[in-house]
Design a protein. Structure first.
Length: 288
């Protein structure tokens, strides 16, 4: 995304290619049984060889416990790009932090927005929450890099460390771009290349391809201006460079494109993005 920054913000966008449980309801209680009414007792019949034998315990089907949730034991870290308080703290978000490959970058940036003023940080936070709710419903543990849309940061290196510390099965950073090119539209998925560790190799590439396939198959067009066929290898994104877990960054589209801006600005559009991303993450976890 192209970061829409204050005059002091000169760095690239954090973790982006941008420029510019619910509780399970209790089981219903068993219906109470009333005591049997007293009746005159008949003499118990004496056992005889003609009496039918009681059923063997081996003939009674064993009880079965509920199957574990689909994502039992899996951990996904969701990283909604930027934050709502970044713009009012230029000194803090312009502070240089490690970005991998010997680079440093600003702690964070403000992100971009639609031409009508709907901010990227609000879009990414809303979509990440919907994705997280869908994953949690499948038994997947979800960790967010930020808990609200009014704070500052975290810095790019801190976001990467959260994924590493969680031993995440997948780290997905969610963003939107801000290209002013009149024909620029479509989504793309960035991954670290060349890889710096094993997780950045085939696991991250598989995650990127699975996200790309899932989002595309849900009706979204791949980018016309960045990467190739919806995939973008990058060596300059701190969140990917510093990750020791399978990690990708999804640029959901171009907020300066009228059609994509309209979709991102609507609740129904955000739900569509979230549905596609969540399904793709589930597909990756099922095959990993």
């Amino acid at each position: 995304m192209r970061a829409k920054t204050l005059p002091l913000l000169t760095g690239l966008v954090l973790l982006t290619a941008c420029s510019g449980g619910g509780e399970t309801p209790p089981s219903p209680a068993a219906a109470p049984t009333s005591a049997a009414q007293a009746t005159p007792a008949s003499p118990a019949p004496s056992p005889s060889s003609s009496s039918p034998a009681p059923p063997s315990s081996s003939s009674i089907p064993p009880s079965t416990s509920a199957a574990p949730p689909v994502g039992s034991g899996k951990v996904v870290v969701l990283d909604p790009g930027h934050n709502g308080g970044n713009a009012s703290h230029p000194a803090e978000i312009n502070r240089k932090v490690p970005a991998g490959r010997g680079q440093t970058k600003p702690c964070n940036t403000t992100g971009t927005s639609t031409n009508a003023g709907y901010p990227e940080h609000a879009f990414t936070f809303a979509v990440a929450r919907e994705v997280g709710n869908a994953l949690a419903a499948k038994g997947i543990k979800v960790v967010y890099t930020r808990q609200n849309d009014s704070g500052v940061g975290p810095c790019v290196d801190e976001r990467a460390q959260l994924g590493n510390d969680a031993n995440a099965d997948a780290v997905v950073s969610i963003h939107a771009d801000g290209s002013t090119s009149p024909t620029a539209h479509g989504f793309h998925v960035a991954y670290s290349a060349p890889p710096l560790n094993a997780a950045q190799g085939e696991p991250s590439l598989k995650l990127a391809r699975t996200l790309r396939d899932g989002i595309r198959d849900d009706g979204f067009a791949t980018s016309t201006y960045i990467g190739s066929a919806g995939l973008s290898p990058r060596n300059d994104l701190a969140g990917l460079n510093l990750s020791t877990r399978p990690a990708v960054l999804v640029e959901c589209g171009n907020m300066r494109n009228a059609d994509e801006a309209s979709q991102m600005s609507s609740a129904a559009g955000r739900a569509h993005y979230a549905q596609a991303i969540a399904k793709a993450i589930e597909a990756y976890l099922a095959g990993s």
